[in-house]
Design a protein around this ligand. Structure first.
Ligand code: FAD
Length: 499
């Protein structure tokens, strides 16, 4: 008998999705994350739940179809974290013909059984407000649908659901001394304290560290089929005053997104650069910032320089190496390998994937293991994530309900909190009758009640966990405010729960 059916290395979206799915199937699950949940690639994405329009050019119809179908599935299970977004694609015949764009968007509209999201339409940029921030020579565009997601919260809510279904979650812990016999034997280590454990199956979902884990921790011989590609985003003060995103065709045939971000900002990304170093050391470079400013300056009237950049983040994709020459051409689909040599406990390894397809990846991972585990039905497509138990088009109503129950909340605060916590907002606000009853305010609209909730139920341990992953308020707090939050979090006896 092992302690767990499954032990998962990596608390990014893929590890979190597998943990949730497995726990809901009645399996005993251990999820081990060396840092904070979602602190790897899963908080550094462009934050799109999308089919990937550009993948059509690569003939990746199967991936696009799978991802397009997932858009509406995820929108329905997490209507607080995920919202429909319209994308403006200016027609620029020097880059791609109008006919090619029209054909691509027709396929995009029809490939994925779209039911909720509205179809593509043409825009006259000389009349439409979306044209006001763009260069006057851009006279027409297409507008199509995809979705936006709070990526790091999607990770946390999958983990929360897994924990509520019985999974054991260990953050800021490393797995060491792994020995493979008929079950896996390993040690968990945190600040010198060690605990021995066993599991029947091990899943390596370490994202860009998947190769390091395979080689150094699991000592699997041979080079993993892995290609690391680094992508950087910049954040600037908002460049336009509407809630649609832009997708720009760049001169190198790549595309760049410019998206409304956190009410007052615009997020611009991404780059695609081959990366061969340790993913922990991935940092943005001046060239990447210049590239993104240059790409945006081809389209926006307002000139952007590196001086306007208020935040930057970089993530590393762990793609399955399909032999493509250019980093942007490597497949974005996931690839699972199952190693189950005789008398040795099974090892499942996850390569690549997208936030968009994490739920399907988790289903397939467990399907690959069903001869070892119980054969249990799929369930995650229909069961909402914590706080997401309302209709996909019910967010405005929920915000209105919250404001009538807690009238002291401003509209932006109610909106932010409903988007983050959905129907679980009552667990933070409780019976409070005034803002003062929520405790000290740390800056922006972050109160002690919210921070305590994040520490108690969402594994937040540091100010960065709260400010950059559980919320995105980090850009709004001064250094002094951040330090005050830090002191508050480390001050009282540790409340964080490793359920
Ligand atoms: P990660 O999120 O990196 O998680 C792996 C985790 O494993 C990390 O938290 C790490 O700390 C942990 N770990 C590593 N080693 C150990 C160890 N020894 N012990 C314990 N824990 C360990 N996808 C989309 O669908 N839409 C997008 O718009 C999008 N944009 C993107 C933009 C960029 C720039 C990048 C880089 C990716 C983007 N993606 C997007 C892809 C998506 O972000 C990734 O596919 C996804 O986040 C990968 O998740 P993961 O769980 O595999 O990896």
């Amino acid at each position: 008998m092992a302690d767990f059916d499954i032990a998962i290395i990596g608390g990014g979206i893929n590890g979190a999705g597998i943990a949730r799915d497995a726990a809901g199937r009645g399996l005993s699950v251990l999820l081990v994350e060396q840092d904070d949940l979602g602190s790897g690639t899963s908080s550094a994405s462009t934050k799109l739940i999308h089919g990937g329009l550009r993948y059509l050019e690569h003939g990746a119809f199967w991936l696009v179809r799978k991802a397009l179908i997932e858009r509406e599935v995820l929108l329905q299970i997490a209507p607080h974290l995920i919202r429909p977004m319209r994308f403006v694609l200016p027609i620029n015949p020097e880059r791609r013909s109008k006919l090619l764009l029209q054909l691509g968007l027709f396929i995009y509209d029809h490939l994925g059984g779209r039911k909720i999201l509205p179809p593509t339409r043409k825009l006259d940029l000389t009349q439409d407000p979306a044209g006001q921030s763009l260069k006057p020579e851009l006279r027409s565009a297409f507008e199509y649908s995809d979705c936006w997601v709070d990526d790091a919260r999607l990770v946390v809510l999958n983990v929360l659901d897994a924990a509520e279904r019985g999974a054991t979650i260990r953050t800021r812990m490393r797995m060491i001394n792994v020995v493979r016999r008929d079950v896996w034997h390993f040690m968990l280590e945190c600040r010198g304290r060690r605990a021995p454990m066993t599991a029947r199956i091990l899943i390596n979902a370490a994202g860009p560290w998947v190769g390091q884990v395979a080689e150094h921790l699991l000592q699997i011989p041979g080079r993993p089929p892995l290609r690391l590609v680094k992508g950087t985003h910049i954040v600037v003060r908002k460049l336009f005053d509407h809630d649609r995103g832009y997708i720009f065709q760049n001169s190198d045939r790549r595309i760049i997104f410019a998206l409304p971000f956190e009410r007052d900002f615009t997020l611009i990304g991404t780059t695609d650069n081959e990366f061969t170093d340790d993913p922990s050391g991935a940092i943005p470079t001046g060239d990447e910032i210049a590239y993104l400013c240059g790409a945006a300056n081809e389209y926006f009237r307002t000139e952007i320089t590196n001086k306007q950049v208020v935040a930057i983040f970089t993530g590393v994709r762990a793609l399955h190496d399909d032999g493509s020459k250019k980093p942007e051409d490597v497949t974005r689909d996931y690839y699972l390998t199952l190693d189950e040599s005789k008398h040795a406990a099974p090892l499942l390894t996850v390569y690549g994937g997208k936030i968009t397809t994490y739920r399907r990846l988790a289903e397939e991972a467990l399907d690959r293991l069903k001869h070892v585990l119980r054969d249990t039905p799929h369930w995650t497509a229909h069961v909402p994530l914590p706080g997401g138990d309302f209709s996909h088009d019910g967010i405005e109503q929920l915000i209105a309900d919250v404001r009538s129950r807690w009238p002291f909340l401003s509209e932006p605060t109610a909106t932010r909190m409903v988007r983050a916590y959905g129907t679980r907002i009552n667990r933070i606000l409780g019976t409070a009758k005034s803002l003062g009853e929520l405790g000290p305010n740390f800056g922006a609209d972050l109160t002690a009640a919210e921070v305590r909730y994040l520490m108690q139920f969402e594994w937040a341990l540091t100010a960065d966990d709260v400010l950059f992953r559980r919320t995105k308020l980090g850009m709004r707090l001064s250094k002094v405010e951040r330090e005050r939050l830090h002191t508050f979090m480390i001050g009282p006896p540790a409340k964080a729960v490793n359920a």
